[in-house]
Design a protein around this ligand. Structure first.
Ligand SMILES: Nc1nc2c(ncn2[C@@H]2O[C@H](COP(=O)(O)OP(=O)(O)OP(=O)(O)O)[C@@H](O)[C@H]2O)c(=O)[nH]1
Ligand SMILES: [K+]
Ligand SMILES: [Mg+2]
Length: 429
């Protein structure tokens, strides 16, 4: 096993940079640089020198023992001065040592997985945490990183193993009287797991939105003030506005953080029957993107008509140019800001309700594994509804369900997903 090293903090100038070394030669390499090492998990200030004895930096050295480190291997961290030249000199010196090489992107985490420090779902959670930009993303990723999905999977697993064992006991007693009727207990176990899986499966869509961001589309007739409203929300001139109807053609996206939820607001072309070919393409794009958005804000003009798209029950329909409205109806103005706070509060409340549906599972891979498990459980339930003659086949169904759940945490099928997961990790993670 190679000993690997990399800069663990971001590139560039900083007060402190952390270089991480992991593997069987980590302690030897660190001793070559720093002399005697502090005891495990104690920071020690050391002068770091190269092979000629020239001083490279004065740094805090921190050592983690095999079995009690991020990778599970011997790990040393060098907390050095964060200048690019210091980091380069240290990385060069490490690279010249025997048995050491620069880590590949995600390689520290991959070792943590291989050594059983993290399960596959936790690795995904770590990847999400490192990319988290909003509070909801941070909380969700931390939950997965802490092993919450693995714990759930373990609960389902033991219930299914118990149910399969009960069925297998029936098989063993095939020609004799079975001492107790296991049917009610098996049925209860399967129903419990199936219900819990259903809730998790239903929550994945919301969890994916938290990971990747919700979409809210502003739609309405030309000149309703959509782009002006977007610019007000963005606090910058993200979209061109003008008195000409049909100004916006491309969908314009502005990323926002609404009370911790990541949201992309879409400004779209005004909806109308247009003779202009380019504007018509814009209108088609507007309708397609608005349809697939999580929520639409219909911004109306004084005519109050909507063409080409019907609001869904959850959508917000509001009059624009509030400063020109006299009758006290709910209206917003991107020009004066009137009603915008109220609108944002409505959008946020809706998205929070959506986000609350998220459970522990966060991605399509999880959903597929749970669906496969759910299908196998349903098959077992069907067979057992006809009696205990099919106990053997039902037990096989349950073992298939267990294997599907095992793929959640990476007990099986790891190789297929690893490359996809680690492609997102950058150097030093
Ligand atoms: N009085 C008033 N005028 C507004 C308001 N919002 C926008 N306008 C004006 O209305 C005109 C159209 O505004 P836009 O924001 O370009 O409207 P739009 O809905 O994006 O228009 P299209 O992109 O063409 O569909 C511009 O002249 C704006 O200055 C508002 O709240 N009050
Ligand atoms: K316009
Ligand atoms: Mg516009």
């Amino acid at each position: 096993m190679d000993t690997i090293f990399a800069l663990a903090t971001a590139r560039g100038k900083a007060g402190v940079a952390v270089i991480r070394i992991s593997g069987p030669q980590a302690l030897t390499a660190a001793r070559a640089l720093a002399g005697d090492l502090p005891s495990a998990r104690r920071a020690g200030l050391r002068r770091l020198v190269d092979s000629q004895g020239d001083v490279l930096d004065s740094a805090l050295v921190l050592r983690f023992e095999e079995g009690a480190s991020f990778t599970g291997e011997d790990v040393v961290e060098l907390h050095c001065h964060g200048s690019p030249a210091t980091v380069t000199a240290l990385l060069r010196t490490l690279g010249e040592m025997d048995g050491l090489r620069m880590a590949e992107p995600g390689e520290f985490t991959r070792r943590a997985l291989e050594n059983g420090v993290l399960d596959l779902a936790q690795v995904e959670g770590l990847g999400d945490l490192l990319e988290a930009e909003t509070e909801a993303q941070r909380r969700q990723a931390l939950r997965v990183l802490s092993g919450a999905l693995g714990e759930k999977a373990e609960g389902w697993r033991s219930a299914l193993i118990r149910a399969a064992a009960l069925l297998e006991a029936v098989i063993d007693f095939a020609d004799e009287d079975v001492p107790v009727d296991v049917t009610p207990e098996v049925a209860g176990l399967l129903q419990g797991v199936a219900r819990s899986l259903d809730a998790e499966i239903a929550g994945v869509a919301a969890a994916e939105r938290i990971r990747e961001g919700f979409e809210v589309a502003i739609v309405g007739p030309p000149n309703a003030g959509k782009s002006t409203l977007l610019n007000h929300l963005a606090r910058r001139e993200a979209a061109i506005t003008s008195e000409h109807a049909g100004t916006t053609r491309d969908v314009i996206e502005v990323r926002m953080d609404l009370n911790g939820l990541p949201v992309t607001i879409l400004d779209t072309a005004g909806l109308r029957d247009s003779a202009d070919a380019v504007e018509t393409i814009g209108i088609e794009r507007a309708i397609a993107r608005a349809r697939s958005a999580d929520l639409r804000v219909f911004l109306l003009d004084e005519a109050g008509r909507i063409e080409g798209l019907d609001p869904a029950p959850e959508d917000i329909v509001v009059r624009g140019k509030a400063d020109l409205v006299r009758d006290g109806q709910f209206a917003v103005s991107g020009k004066t800001g009137q009603g915008v706070g109220d609108l944002v509060a409505r959008i946020t409340a809706f998205l929070e309700t959506r986000a609350a549906r998220a459970e522990t599972a966060t991605r399509e891979r999880h959903r597929m594994a749970m669906l496969r498990a759910g299908e196998s459980i349903a098959e077992a339930q069907n067979r057992l509804s006809l009696g205990m003659d099919a106990a053997e086949l039902a037990a096989e169904d349950l073992h298939r369900a267990i294997r599907a759940l095992d793929s959640l945490v990476g007990r099986v099928d790891v190789e297929q997903v690893l490359d996809e997961i680690f492609a997102r990790f950058c150097l030093g993670k």
